[in-house]
Design a protein around this ligand. Structure first.
Ligand code: BG6
Length: 483
């Protein structure tokens, strides 16, 4: 059971609050993980009252929560925790009203969840301070991306740093809350098997793919500013890369884990000049079809410019320049409106040094995050019958089946509980966010300098044609999305 707290959600009527945060809090409530005195207060500009907000929340949560998990009696008890406070987050007078409304319980932990546009982060932090709402027991939670460049991220971090101490700041990357992502650490650091071969001497390359069938939905205005690079690569893909490449931390605590991740980000070879052309591919989806449904081109999406050159797809060849990984490329790719929704990490081992048999394939370790959580190790085995006919076979571990008696937690459930408990291990530290931008910025700048427009790819395909060349020129191939 966690401590009693007030969870204040700025942007309380937005998609993130209604589709992710409230369902996650409902599950925590249902599992008895929230203290009986914990309150959830949604903050937004609309003039709702408490009853209106509870109705709105129920309507959305009924859609988001699996039918089998939605229990009316439980919902009613959960919604008793829900309150609504109408305010404008840009007005300091409204924060003074909020302070009066919350009362002066200095001992109570307050969690401020900023489910708002990043341009409000600095203002909200400053207003909280002026209104006396940022005491030492407060926590502030920010959604990625933090800023849109190194400079803007530094400005946000500096403003927050003027109000809160670093351990009070929780920068969310929801990929770190996914079970399989955490399992990656268990796989690497709780098993003796992999560590000795987890290095350049034995690994040929790594592929990290996060492919989506979704388009930009109702987020056209945000996405036009972000693109796939800021929306996905700067955070989710680089976090996955860090977990694959980091050294074993001394302890499993926030500082030790994040120290190791920062070292990986700092070891990334900068991609500048001609390398931007050679080692990156940008794409943008055009009209196509997914599962028999016609899909419009990106530039026809709501709030998207007709002549937009925002990328909805990125692939990058990255290098981690340290002893463990020298010469091992990390291929990253992510895109919207692709053929399949899959998130996978492939560790491609080297071939055996001396081939005894006619047919041999190098081992592969596939770590699948979505749609199902699976880890499979591909080994060569002999086909039954005469002769040494070899075939790759998979040692398959399906985590949902292995732990079938347990409900699979959504990433936000785990992360919200960590915020309440004050555990920042699975959150991005200030220097981590800035190191990621330091590597990303020159690539974006290179695209602008070379006026590298995104290559078109039809919705429902695997990305632009140029994607293949990134690997083929080194005699490698992308793994086919597994179904
Ligand atoms: C979010 C991005 O962080 O992650 C979205 O802003 C993307 O554009 C989403 O669709 C993907 O998350 P998941 O958990 O569905 O892989």
């Amino acid at each position: 059971m966690s401590i009693a707290c007030d969870i204040l959600v700025f942007g309380g009527t937005g998609d993130l609050a209604l589709h992710k945060l409230l369902p996650a809090l409902y599950h925590l409530h249902r599992d008895g993980r929230l203290h009986a005195d914990t309150r959830i207060i949604a903050l937004a500009r609309s003039k709702h009252n408490k009853a209106d907000y509870r109705t709105l929340a129920e309507r959305h949560c009924r859609v988001q929560i699996a039918k089998a998990d939605f229990d009316l009696q439980c919902w009613q008890a959960f919604s008793d925790r829900l309150d609504y406070f109408a305010m404008d987050a840009s007005q300091s007078a409204d924060f003074a009203r909020l302070a009066r409304y919350l009362g002066s319980s200095e001992q109570r932990v307050r969690v401020y969840y900023l489910a708002t546009a990043p341009d409000l982060f600095q203002g909200i932090a400053a207003h909280l301070k002026t209104a006396g709402l940022a005491n030492a027991r407060a926590r502030i939670v920010l959604e990625k991306p933090i800023g849109h460049s190194l400079q803007s991220a530094q400005a946000i971090n500096a403003s927050l740093g003027g109000v809160f101490d670093e351990p009070q700041v929780f920068r969310i990357d929801h990929y770190l809350g996914k079970e399989t992502v955490q399992n990656l650490m268990a796989l690497r650091f709780a098993n003796m098997l992999f560590e000795p071969i987890w290095r350049a001497a034995h690994i040929d390359h790594v592929q990290i793919s996060v492919c989506e069938t979704l388009g930009v939905e109702n987020r056209g205005s945000y996405y036009e500013q972000a693109g796939a690079m800021r929306d996905m690569v700067q955070n989710h893909l680089l976090q996955l890369l860090c977990l694959v490449a980091m050294e074993p931390p001394v302890r499993f605590d926030a500082e030790s884990v994040r120290n190791e991740k920062v070292k990986v980000l700092e070891a990334l070879r900068p991609i500048t000049g001609q390398d931007v052309r050679d080692k990156t591919v940008r794409g943008q989806y055009t009209a196509g079809e997914i599962n028999g449904h016609p899909m419009a081109a990106y530039y026809f999406e709501k709030n998207v410019d007709n002549d937009s050159d925002t990328e909805t797809f990125v692939a990058i060849e990255a290098q981690v320049e340290n002893w463990r990984w020298a010469g091992v490329p990390f291929y990253l790719r992510t895109g919207k409106r692709l053929a399949e929704k899959t998130s996978e990490i492939l560790i491609q081992f080297k071939a055996v040094p001396h081939a005894l048999f006619a047919k041999g394939e190098a081992n592969q370790l596939l770590i699948r995050l979505q749609p199902e959580e699976r880890i499979s190790l591909h080994l060569m085995a002999k086909n039954p019958g005469k002769g040494m006919q070899l075939e790759p076979v998979a040692l398959d571990l399906n985590l949902a089946t292995a732990f079938k008696q347990q409900r699979r937690w959504d990433a936000y459930e785990r992360l919200l509980l960590d915020v309440i408990d004050g555990d920042s291990t699975l959150f991005m530290r200030r220097d981590e966010v800035e190191a990621a931008w330091r590597w990303i910025d020159p690539i974006i700048k290179g695209w602008q300098q070379h006026y590298q427009r995104p290559r078109p790819y039809p919705a429902g395909s695997n990305g632009p044609e140029q994607l293949r060349h990134l690997l083929e020129r080194h005699g490698r191939q992308w793994m086919e999305p597994q179904t």
